[in-house]
Design a protein around this ligand. Structure first.
Ligand code: FES
Length: 283
């Protein structure tokens, strides 16, 4: 684990396990299993995080789960999270509504090294719920569009009913700030767009070998997307993968997230692919 991890960032008052109360200011069911929440600190304090960082979100009596910040860091009073119902904690959280309290530890971990992307073409490849973890970086890029060259965004979902952030998608489709492409594994009767796997989208654009790439999605997706990047000649040190998984404590204490000498919660969740490509269990 990184020797220099600075706990003072996440626990200015000295207790890395102490969560802070938050209020839900907005709650919306966005797919059959996913709910989109907007949160603010109950004491009215501002939020500060980097794109790609995570939080531990908890509900007393149920437990806590790691989640990515799913909104722009430029919005300082509130932030977004999307929770998929998969277990006891997420089921309890997804039963909550506006005005309810939840508890947050964070921001945790290492996010996207934004400076490495500035002045370059950027490609974000988001599969399924991977769009949530990358949305803070996507919004950062569109907020500060002049700092980046071409911006391509690929989004793949299982079927149209699984697509998240429909308002964002409607904007991206008409925006000059982002070259947006989407695909679904399975179409329904209303879908007129691309059908297939997310790597099919590489044939829709011409990417430069100098592109900086962000990948977040189901584990199966990573290797195939990296193969496409290899074909273009994109260096693996310019490919960043977001590995939000297996986290428990979020602060380097429990070892749950460990991959060899890396702790996903502290050294990641964002990793340069060249730093983890030889770790067997990483992807
Ligand atoms: S989640 Fe990383 S050490 Fe506990």
């Amino acid at each position: 684990m990184t020797e220099t991890y600075d706990y003072s960032q996440i626990a200015p008052e000295g207790n890395i396990f102490l969560p802070k109360e938050c209020k839900i200011t907005h709650a919306k069911q966005v797919t059959q299993s996913e709910r989109h929440f907007t949160l603010r600190y109950a004491d009215g304090s501002n939020v500060s995080f980097e794109p790609g960082q995570i939080m531990e979100l908890s509900l007393f009596g149920f437990g806590e789960i790691p989640l990515g910040y799913a909104s722009s860091p430029a919005r300082e009073d509130t932030w977004d999270v999307v929770i998929r119902t998969v277990g006891r904690v997420s089921t309890a959280l997804n039963a909550l509504n506006e005005g309810d309290s939840v508890y947050v530890r964070g921001p945790l971990g290492a996010g996207f090294p934004v400076k490495e992307f500035q002045g370059h073409d950027v490609l974000v490849v988001a599969g399924g719920i991977g769009l949530c973890a990358t949305r803070s970086m996507i919004q950062y890029i569109t907020d500060k569009r002049g700092e980046f060259e071409k911006f391509h965004l690929f989004y793949g979902a299982r079927d149209p009913s699984q697509q998240l952030f429909l308002d964002d998608i409607a904007n991206w489709k008409v925006s000059k700030d982002v070259d947006y492409h989407e695909i679904v594994d399975n179409a329904d009767e209303n879908w007129t767009g691309n059908v297939g796997v997310i790597t099919d989208l590489f044939s829709k654009v011409t990417l430069s070998a100098d592109t900086r790439v962000i990948i977040c999605g189901p584990p199966i997706m990573f290797r195939f997307v990296i193969e496409e990047c290899d074909k273009i000649g994109i260096k693996r040190e310019n490919v960043y993968v977001d590995l939000e998984r297996r986290m428990k404590c979020g602060v380097g204490k429990c070892g749950h997230c460990q991959i060899n000498d890396k702790y996903v919660c502290c050294d990641g969740p964002v990793f340069r692919y060249s730093d983890i490509q030889d770790l067997e269990e990483a992807l």
